[in-house]
Design a protein around this ligand. Sequence first.
Ligand code: ADP
Ligand code: MG
Length: 688
Amino acid sequence: MDNNESLLKNVQYLKGVGPRRFALLKRLGIQTIYDLLYYFPRDYQDRSNILNISNIPVNTVATVKGRVIDINSYYARSGKHVLEVYLNDNTGTVQGIWFNQPFLKKKFHVGDEFIFYGRVRFYKCLQIANPEFELITDDPLMNEGIVPIYPLTEYLTQALFRNLTKNAVDEYVGSVKEMLDEEFLAKRQLCSVTDALKNIHFPESLEHLKMARRRLSYDEFFLLEVAMALRRRGIKEGTGYAFKIGQNVESHILRLFPFSLTNGQKWVIGEIRDDMRSEKPMNRLLQGDVGSGKTAVAIYALLAAIANGFQTALMAPTEILAEQHYQTLLRYLSHARVKILLLTGGSPTAMRKENIGKINHGEIDLVVGTHALIMKDVKFKKLGLVVVDEQHKFGVIQRANLRMKGCRPDVLVMTATPIPRTLSLTIFGDLDISILNEIPPGRTPVETRLHSEKHLAEAYEFIRNELNQGRQAFVIYPLVKESEKLDLKSATEGAKKLQDIVFPKFKVGLLHGQMKQQDKDRIMKDFRERRYDILVSTIVIEVGIDVPNATIMVIEHAERFGLAQLHQLRGRIGRGPHKSYCLLFGNPRTPEARKRLQIMTQTNDGFRIAEEDLQIRGPGEFFGTRQHGLPELKIGDLIGDYPLLKLARDDAFSIVKNDGRLEQEKNRFIKETVIERFKGRLNLISIG
Ligand code: ADP
Ligand code: MG
């Protein structure tokens, strides 16, 4: 295979890389020459136009060059170590200053020529605190033009690393294979991969750098989207069930709801109906903000499948939610002849065995449970449709596992976390998407207020007033980790204080993540049945709990929650006919935290909140963990490069549409690259 073979050689083939440096490079994830070529600078310094020190405007970021004329290293009275290095360029002197890094001193010698880079300010003299610095040698690489700055570890210098990449580029960039043909590149105004790699490391000009970034970002998006397209094709290719859904079935189902559907629900149900009637398996994501009425949509799909003689399953992320869904379904379906079963992990074994037997024999129409239900020992006789209520947990991998069970049921995934459009093109890029963004009538939006601790007494008064009118309240404390004793204590103590001192007349319950499942379930049930007026809780109630009589939510230390979490928490109120209030108490110390809380007071729109959240946190954090299958992007910026992402996606999908297995000669190298890059990561179903 000619897959860039010479590039897959160990970096030790490069001049200047021995075993010791190899070990350092390895720490940066660089093992092959290819890795080095694709290790991109984090920044650039324009050294083509270095100002005289005497001309540098104060308070700008600048590159200066001069000789060391003095070094001053001492301990300040505070005990801090201070290192001052003075650079002079015959027009003036600038001071570089470092604190508590005494080891840096040995890098500087009077008479050496250095470059400093950083924000210049005036404090007794011209000064740059913590500048980037670099010893000037006669190496022209570092003195001229736009110079790359790499993310490095302590023992590798920029100069050394730059020489390595220079060698790699000079010797090997010509061997990098072009994945896209010339005509295509021209049409998309993309430069060649060779030019891109040259210029990402050693840009000829800022314009060239821009082109290089564009090409390399495009490649990242394109490969990711090809993977998505292949996965989607793998799913859609198989034949599933073509359900028959006629007028009769439909009106029968709609009669079960105590309300008429919103236009949003009707529209989404239409999309689902089309999918179900088609013999291609449904693979749809339903995004609907909290309270938008997804349950009714799910029930429609479940009953339509059951009417066709199939079994169905509804999976929830937690046992509490599974139980709640089960109760809801029993209520809606009390007049329907549907055999429902709740399968929990906690049921006694004998009963569980019996239940599993019933499912296996096809005696049950609808099984409700957690994800475990589908994963493990449960075998269906004729499973036709699965609804996955993921709430805010994204489970790309699990969805794939489900399909591996051998059957090809239709799958409807529901999520209450609106997904920003750039992410719905990537992580959920293989799904069809339905959006439910209309809230059922008759509800007033939750009013959200931001308070400082000083107003606690007023807030308590306000709450007391609501409780006296028969309403209920949630009080939430942050609990970063369930095992963290400190935070756990604050919820526990909070409950005690509220009960003993603030609200002695009312009943206060406590719920947290360290309680046993049965206890949690019991407390929730008691709260729902109004045996408690106030429920003090941690984040465990974030997901899906439905208590329409609760109209108050107090969130303590609100600055410690993410936007998505706050929005989910707030979604627990405003579910009934009474006006609801969310009171955020917090002490935001960073501008970012302040912004988060302000957004909460400005909007109830989950889509807007999700976009803001993504902006603030960036895609990596937005997802929280890596295992969601979103590959790390080295250069592509999911937020900033949306148009390019969209373009790459359209291109990728059209290529896979025309050549479903990427077997044509011109697509072979694309396929190899995708497989190489996403090996074992994205469940590329039957790619080869
Ligand atoms: P979510 O999308 O958060 O799962 P639910 O399905 O739990 O929302 O619905 C929230 C509430 O709205 C429920 O109490 C439900 O009975 C009610 N509801 C759903 N659809 C309608 C509708 N079309 N008209 C009036 N109320 C509705
Ligand atoms: Mg729900």
